[in-house]
Design a protein around this ligand. Structure first.
Ligand SMILES: O=C(O)c1cc(=O)[nH]c(=O)n1[C@@H]1O[C@H](COP(=O)(O)O)[C@@H](O)[C@H]1O
Length: 273
């Protein structure tokens, strides 16, 4: 998917919401556990109830890998369902991969070709040759971790490397990689005060911003510091939406939680269209 198409979707839906499919067998309603594939049934119900309110879904791969082959099958079925019924929705494999070049190209094949994701999250730590194999894929996007939402982000990412912080170095250096137009960046909503600095270095790239909802980040702050003329943001909430209600009406609860965020987003989208 091109970023222009993604922008068209944002304008059409008046939303830049990404819903995180961090589907945990221990948290899904018990009536689903009788199904052959409870994780897929849960995801399908969430997708059916929310697809008109969001422009992206982000399955976090850990939640699938945790169940071995069964979990991987649930992921495959979820992706097949999305690609068949909602090909207009941007999909993010939250896999946070990163390895030497020939291994990176296998990861890229796994997520871009085999599972047909539009994008993948990648750790920048191993540098250029670990990232460029992902960037070779046309109309697929590599979402580099720049400044993450967790406390540990301060261990390394905000430490100075020479004259500037490591997260800035990641932004600046990676924009020189081959096919860097295929890059997006992760910046946590809990680090909203850094977003102006981020935008100085990457004014045009999309940012994936997790951390509203369960981690307490503010949508208003994120938008005031980081929106560009194509919105340029995908704001993710996982637990705050998919576990908003834990009973048999969980999908309706998820819809209501997604709607609250989408209604707030609407006013920001209207500013740029
Ligand atoms: O790459 C990510 O998506 C990510 C980066 C980051 O800095 N912080 C972060 O929370 N995430 C992911 O975003 C999701 C946040 O989930 P909630 O806190 O439940 O909304 C999880 O899947 C995290 O793994």
């Amino acid at each position: 998917m091109t970023t222009q198409f993604l922008f068209e979707q944002i304008k059409q839906k008046k939303s830049f919401l990404c819903i995180g499919l961090d589907t945990d067998m221990e948290k899904i309603p018990s009536h689903l556990l009788d199904h052959e594939d409870p994780i897929f049934e849960f995801n399908k119900a969430i997708i059916d109830a929310t697809h008109d309110l969001c422009v992206a879904y982000k399955p976090n791969i850990a939640f699938y890998e945790a169940y071995g082959l069964k979990g991987w099958k649930s992921l495959e079925r979820t992706m097949a369902y999305l690609n068949e019924h909602h090909p207009e929705i941007f999909t993010i494999a939250d896999a946070k991969r990163g390895d030497i070049g020939n291994t990176a190209s296998r990861y890229a094949k796994a997520f871009f070709d085999t599972l047909n994701f539009d994008s993948i999250t990648v750790a920048p730590y191993m540098g250029r040759d670990s990232v460029e194999p992902f960037l070779e894929f046309e109309d697929k996007h590599t979402i580099l971790l720049a400044l993450t939402s967790n406390k540990g982000a301060f261990d390394f990412q905000t430490k100075k490397l020479g004259n500037q912080e490591l997260y800035k170095e990641v932004l600046q250096v990676s924009t020189k990689y081959k096919n860097s137009g295929n890059l997006m960046y992760v910046v946590g909503a809990t680090k909203a005060s850094y977003l102006e600095e981020v935008r100085k270095l990457v004014p045009n790239h999309f940012l994936l911003v997790p951390g509203v909802g369960a981690q307490g980040g503010s949508l208003e702050e994120v938008c005031s510091h980081a929106m560009n003329d194509k919105v340029g943001l995908l704001v993710n909430s996982s637990r705050g939406i998919i576990y908003a209600s834990r009973g048999e009406n969980f999908a309706l609860g998820a819809r209501e939680a997604a709607q609250l965020l989408q209604r707030e987003m609407l006013k920001y989208v209207e500013k740029v269209i």
